[in-house]
Ligand binder design. Structure first.
Ligand code: BGC
Length: 785
């Protein structure tokens, strides 16, 4: 069946629904912006298969098909109990969450395709976020690479491993923009910037899904959490989000749109509400925007019990919320079972339109068909692949290479006449101090799939491997407590750390956050070092300096969010952000500390000086009273600076770079034209290094207020000492565009400023002017409801 026919069917279903009192925009699919990638991922043939299967299904089978159940767990790993097996046999389940392993998935699939009435295959989904067994840097760290090819490679490896273990579907990438580091889930996304977030979103979708979704090494990607989940008030997970329509389109929606354009075959609704409607009931979001405007053709899954949670949101009883969710466009219910248990009677009695159920079932079946499950229900799952394609030496090598790129050098002072980093290879003794120094679990980061701490290299192990002849001693000093400790701490463990700091030639202070302090339901109210780590740091720095004023104390952060560590930044000889880098953490860090590779990572999120500054992000608006030092009546604090500790895009290397000759191809252009910027970047130091050159733009005066600057391009460039390269960036009309007061996407005439440099604080600037009238690139999106 052609896609037009499929569309026609959907349209006629909508007409039926409308006649039953459900309101669908009359424009329906007519205004959709056709997405070639969506069509490639979900081809007409898949829809045709879904049509033929749907016709044969009973009401119970349909309700089962849109129900996803979490797997159990026993000593051997994920498992399904007898009741679950029976549900598969009876067609009461369409999918499992968290069931992986070639053996168990093949066993369940066999029941589905051989023992259930219609032989419909199951789809197995799981959170494969930054690796399945070969764990890569957490997504926030991946974003610090500013390297989309790294994101493609990492997600390709993850997809290969996941499919060997029987999975078809990952609940990633998380593309939520986060500007409040208290929110623990900031680790799962690309940070604060919509442009970087969009690039990383698309790269991950491409990596997970590969060139062909039917390939046995491709997994279906899920863009989540739709939408604005990262805007949680107070940084408190699951909290209400208060966001304007304009900020939604400018900040939160772009990475989702990029995911659709890259062909993401699935979306997950978010737990939060916006504008009074929880996402699971938000037909504006899930239908008007996602399907009608963006031409998304895949399926939408609930976030865990998100359908059921709408009872607590206050939308009504279990039947009401199930109806609202199905009507809004949540196709599959994860974990809770209101669809299966509550909707049957209503549907049978004709009180709820069957067409809504059919639409959801059709989408689930279409995705299964697009994955090739009706042709080969076992796809890539095999014991042989499990043995040969998981945690291979090549995968580990990739993980190490990418982890190195993610490390951000924040400070590097001169001690004893030379920069503290890189460390000399002939150091005799090192004291590794801090509760994260020997922790091979935390370095895996949150959501580490089937990752194992036995596979991971801690900071201590990495250093010992790199320097087998050095005397490397370790002391934790303090534990990994969450709640900050006030006042001095004197314990035998701290005394031991103090002793090591005095005796060693170099101190490596490894502080930050344990895995469980980050991720879901791990919001923090305070962004300093947790527990007594600050006291440990103070004691160790003091002891080291007392024994030798020029002894290097290198502070390494192992953590999952921007931290307010002003004292450490001011006091340590060098400060290194190493995030949670995955299985190769210790090796990659040693490579950078010892100078085998110069650091090249850049911050994907602003680091505040104090917690009270959050939300803090570089692309803010100016206000009518931009901050001026020494003048009271403007927008700042009376007890802390308004500037960040480290800005977005910032990161040092072991060499230095200079930017010059920012050249604008056309000082004057029409709004429908593109403009090219070029800039020279030169390595002015004495060793090779990679720089992430960044381009920022500001619309100087517009009909609505615009951010002080916005990222519009970046490029990684490796330069030898003294080498210079000219980089070019093209800005197309959409890069210059904004939403006007009527929410049309327009390029307005007037002056624009661009900056090029190594961070969002870049100062080299250029100018151009857009002439003529207003250029309208797109009409206003569907009315915000
Ligand atoms: C999270 C999702 C995740 C799901 C399944 C939820 O609690 O919010 O991101 O995909 O669990 O594990």
């Amino acid at each position: 069946m052609s896609s037009q026919i499929a569309d026609a069917i959907v349209v006629s279903r909508h007409a039926v629904v409308a006649s039953l009192g459900f309101v669908f925009a009359s424009s329906a699919l007519a205004t959709a912006q056709r997405s070639p990638a969506q069509l490639a991922i979900i081809p007409p043939r898949a829809s045709h298969i879904a049509d033929s299967v749907l016709k044969l299904m009973t009401l119970e089978e349909k309700l089962g098909q849109i129900t996803q159940s979490p797997a159990g767990f026993d000593q051997t790993g994920p498992t399904v109990d007898a009741a679950g097996e029976q549900q598969v046999r009876k067609g009461q389940l369409g999918s499992f969450l968290g069931l992986y392993g070639a053996d168990v998935t093949r066993r369940m699939q066999k029941i589905a395709v051989e023992e259930s009435r219609l032989h419909i295959p199951l789809i197995f989904g799981y959170d494969v976020i930054h690796g399945m067994r070969t764990i890569f840097p957490i997504p926030l760290a991946m974003a610090a690479t500013f390297d989309s090819s790294a994101a493609v490679r990492a997600t390709r490896v993850a997809a290969t491993e996941a499919t060997a273990l029987g999975l078809h579907w990952t609940f990633a990438p998380m593309v939520d923009i986060a500007r409040d580091a208290r929110w623990g889930r900031i680790i799962e996304g690309a940070g604060e910037d919509p442009y970087l977030g969009s690039v990383m979103a698309a790269a991950q979708v491409r990596g997970f899904q590969g060139d062909n979704l039917r390939s046995p090494t491709s997994v279906l990607a899920t863009a989540k959490h739709f939408a604005a989940y990262g805007g949680a008030e107070g940084g408190r997970d699951y909290n209400v989000v208060s966001v304007s329509e304009r900020d939604l389109w400018n900040v939160y929606l772009p990475p989702f749109r990029a995911a659709v354009r890259a062909g993401a075959g699935s979306f997950m609704a978010s737990f939060n509400e916006i504008n009074g409607t929880p996402s699971h009931a938000n037909d504006w979001l899930l239908t008007d925007v996602l399907r009608k405007q963006w031409d998304f053709r895949g399926m939408v899954v609930s976030d865990w019990t998100g359908v059921w949670e709408m009872i607590a949101h206050g939308l009504g009883d279990s039947l009401t919320v199930a109806e609202r969710a199905l009507h809004a466009g949540v196709d599959m219910e994860m974990s809770s079972t209101l669809y299966r248990n509550k909707l049957g009677a209503e549907l049978r009695a004709g009180r709820f339109p069957i067409v809504l159920l059919d639409t959801a079932v059709h989408r689930v079946l279409t995705v299964k068909a697009a994955l090739g499950l009706f042709d080969d229900p076992y796809r890539g799952a095999s014991a042989d692949r499990e043995r040969t394609q998981i945690l291979t030496a090549e995968d580990r090598a990739q993980a190490r290479e990418i982890a190195r790129e993610a490390i951000v050098l924040l400070t590097n002072r001169t001690v004893g006449g030379t920069p503290a980093l890189p460390l000399r290879r002939d150091i005799r003794s090192i004291a590794v101090i801090g509760p994260l120094g020997a922790d091979s679990n935390s370095v895996l980061g949150g959501w580490h799939g089937a990752g194992r701490k036995e596979d991971a290299v801690s900071v201590l192990d990495g250093l010992r491997r790199a320097l087998p002849n050095a005397d490397i001693k370790y002391a934790a000093g303090v534990g990994l407590d969450t709640v900050p400790v006030e006042g001095p701490v004197n314990t035998p463990a701290i005394a031991e750390a103090e002793q090591l700091a005095r005796a060693a030639d170099v101190v490596l202070l490894v502080v930050g956050e344990a895995e469980q302090m980050t991720g879901e339901a791990a919001s923090r109210s305070w962004l300093g070092l947790p527990g007594a780590q600050h006291q440990l740091a103070q004691t160790v720095v003091r002891a080291a300096r007392a024994s030798n004023p020029s002894k290097p104390v290198i502070a390494v952060l192992v953590n999952g969010r921007p931290l307010a560590v002003q004292w450490l930044a001011d006091s340590a000889s060098a400060l290194v952000e190493s995030w949670h880098l995955g299985v190769e953490h210790g090796n990659a860090l040693a490579d950078v500390l010892l100078g085998d590779v110069a650091p090249s990572g850049k911050l994907p999120a602003t680091f505040p000086r104090v917690t009270g500054q959050v939300p803090i992000y570089y692309d803010h608006k100016n206000t009518g009273r931009p901050p001026v030092e020494g003048v009271k009546w403007n927008s700042k604090y009376i007890d802390a600076p308004v500037t960040p500790l480290f800005p977005f895009g910032y990161g040092l290397s072991y060499t230095t770079f200079e930017y010059s000759n920012l050249h604008v191809s056309k000082p004057s252009l029409r709004g429908s034209e593109s403009v090219t910027l070029s800039v020279d970047v030169r390595n002015t130091g004495t060793r090779a290094g990679t720089e992430v050159a960044q381009l920022y733009l500001r619309d100087d005066a517009a009909s609505v207020t615009r951010p002080v600057r916005e990222l519009r391009g970046f490029r990684r460039v490796l330069l030898q000492p003294g080498q210079s390269q000219t980089l070019t960036f093209r800005l197309d009309p959409d890069d210059l565009a904004m939403y006007d007061r009527d929410m049309r996407r327009v390029v307005e005439p007037g002056a624009f400023t661009v900056w090029a440099g190594g961070s969002s604080a870049a100062t080299l600037e250029g100018h151009f002017t857009v002439t003529g009238g207003v250029t309208v690139l797109a009409p206003a999106p569907p009315r915000f409801r």
